[in-house]
Design a protein around this ligand. Structure first.
Ligand SMILES: NC(=O)C1=CN([C@@H]2O[C@H](COP(=O)(O)OP(=O)(O)OC[C@H]3O[C@@H](n4cnc5c(N)ncnc54)[C@H](O)[C@@H]3O)[C@@H](O)[C@H]2O)C=CC1
Ligand SMILES: O=C(O)[C@H]1O[C@H](OP(=O)(O)OP(=O)(O)OC[C@H]2O[C@@H](n3ccc(=O)[nH]c3=O)[C@H](O)[C@@H]2O)[C@H](O)[C@@H](O)[C@@H]1O
Length: 435
């Protein structure tokens, strides 16, 4: 079975590699010709550990190839996965222009039966809409070709993308015909995973509901962190105790600077936009976004209060990406923090193992360091913004010497407050008592 993957971004490239590893011949397609050229030279368009070597292996052995020519690729493939972006529009709803464009292109060149699988995150009802678009393109060509439209949402996490794509915990397949079900069952037969067949609409909702629920856990714990500080309780211990109940479980109970990235913020907004369109308020989700939008300001107000004023203070920012193990800075809390520090006239030096070049494009005028210690030299305070292992593993005992004042604000509760205090730091986390 040969497959095409349309859209070679984070999801498209990773799933192409995962499918190649399962023995399929895969053609990755993108309308960004520069990206295609680089991919064919085994150059990833983003950072994801371990992925570049495997990409090269499959390109060299001919399992995986990349092109911009959809028509030619379609003739050779039985299944087409659509993984183009669905970013947020101005009003928060999902911008479907890319998936719609791809549906039009498919309908305008399709010559025989295909299974078209939507992996992009799309609002409920989009599958049906895309099916209509393909049908009307076929009608324009006076063709009566059958095809199936399937929803197969993607649940991979950046930073663990390859692992998640190769060993998914669950596979959700929304389809409307037995033929499509059989083909999808056959396609995933070698993947050991829980498989759920459902309708296209249910599959679309499962994706939004999953992201919204995880975002809810994060905002819940972040709001709880605020009350922990007022009640002299420790959110790390509280989350640990809560997570010991398997009904709650410890995952996504890490208090911090709020959720960022390309998905939680946009998908929660898109679900809210859908709820508003359907005149069915989702009050919990609204509050989830509100907590998230105010979390960095809440944290920075503590920083400002502790330092009396930020004006003229030298601040070291450690970590810029929205989470470790990625170079992605989309909706990263660091951007809000830099903005806050600029507004309050602080001087800053920032360090990140992978995200610096991307942040430089937005904030070219702040100082960027090539090591954590360089960023910390002469600083009045250190802000831990992303919990990269390299940052956690700093030799904090000796690092104190390069600082102007031994003050650490840990936005991720990545360090141990008792140890930091023993080392002589004034240490403040999120939802834990300062030490
Ligand atoms: N990034 C992530 O971790 C996850 C993303 N998703 C969803 O997957 C979808 C893709 O996300 P990313 O890979 O992050 O997006 P991305 O922005 O990294 O990549 C999208 C790719 O689609 C290409 N594209 C756009 N229009 C095209 C067209 N007409 N023909 C061919 N290629 C076209 C772009 O050039 C780009 O390379 C989104 O709906 C997202 O919500 C789902 C799970 C995880
Ligand atoms: O739809 C998507 O794109 C993906 O969104 C998330 O994946 P991702 O955004 O890569 O990263 P997560 O590990 O979920 O982290 C998201 C954000 O939440 C924050 N977070 C996460 C967990 C936690 O306990 N606390 C917390 O603040 C992280 O720092 C990060 O900013 C989901 O975990 C994936 O299942 C989903 O496929």
């Amino acid at each position: 079975m040969k497959v095409a993957v349309i859209g070679t971004g984070y999801v498209g490239t990773t799933t192409s590699i995962a499918f190649a590893s399962q023995g399929y011949k895969v053609i990755g397609i993108d309308n960004d010709e520069e990206k295609i050229k680089r991919l064919n030279q085994s150059k990833l368009p983003f950072y994801e550990e371990g992925l570049d070597g495997i990409l090269q292996k499959y390109i060299l052995d001919g399992t995986l190839s990349f092109t911009s020519n959809l028509e030619e690729s379609m003739e050779q493939c039985d299944i087409l996965f659509v993984t183009v972006g669905t970013p947020a529009s101005q009003d928060g709803s999902a911008d479907l222009s890319s998936v719609i464009e791809v549906a039009r292109q498919i309908g305008s060149v399709m010559k025989d039966y295909k299974v078209i699988v939507i992996k992009s995150t799309v609002p409920i009802g989009t599958g049906a809409k895309l099916k209509n678009i393909i049908q009307s393109e076929l009608k324009k060509r006076q063709l009566d070709i059958s095809f199936d439209l399937v929803s197969n949402p993607e649940f991979l996490r950046q930073g663990k993308a390859l692992h998640d794509a190769v060993y998914p915990e669950r596979i959700v397949i929304g389809c409307e015909t037995d033929k499509a079900r059989e083909i999808m069952e056959e396609f995933y037969k070698n993947v050991k995973s829980k498989l759920l067949f459902t309708t296209v609409r249910d599959a679309e909702m499962i994706k939004y509901a999953s992201n919204a629920f995880l975002a809810t856990k994060i905002s819940f714990i972040n709001e709880l962190a605020r009350i922990c500080e007022k009640t002299e309780t420790n959110i790390v211990q509280v989350a640990k105790g809560m997570g010991m109940d398997s009904r709650i479980n410890p995952q996504f109970l890490q208090a911090g600077l709020g959720f960022g990235g390309s998905c939680f913020p946009k998908d929660t907004k898109a679900l809210l936009a859908l709820a508003s369109e359907k005149e069915t308020p989702m009050n919990i989700l609204k509050a989830v976004l509100h907590v998230n939008q105010t979390q960095t300001d809440w944290f920075m107000e503590k920083v400002k209060k502790t330092l009396n004023s930020l004006s003229g203070k030298r601040i070291a920012i450690l970590g810029l990406t929205f989470k470790p193990q990625t170079d992605d800075i989309r909706e990263a809390p660091s951007l809000k923090i830099i903005n806050y520090l600029i507004k309050h006239k602080a001087h800053m030096a920032a360090y990140d193992p992978q995200g610096t070049e991307n942040v430089k494009k937005i904030y070219p005028d702040i100082r960027y360091a090539t090591t954590p210690l360089e960023a910390m030299a002469g600083a009045d305070a250190v802000l831990i913004v992303t919990e990269w292992k390299e940052i956690i593993d700093i030799d904090w005992k000796n690092a104190k010497r390069v600082l102007s004042q031994p003050i650490v604000f840990d936005g991720r509760n990545a360090l141990d407050s008792a140890i930091m205090s023993k080392l002589g730091y004034y240490y403040m986390g999120v939802g834990i008592l300062k030490s």
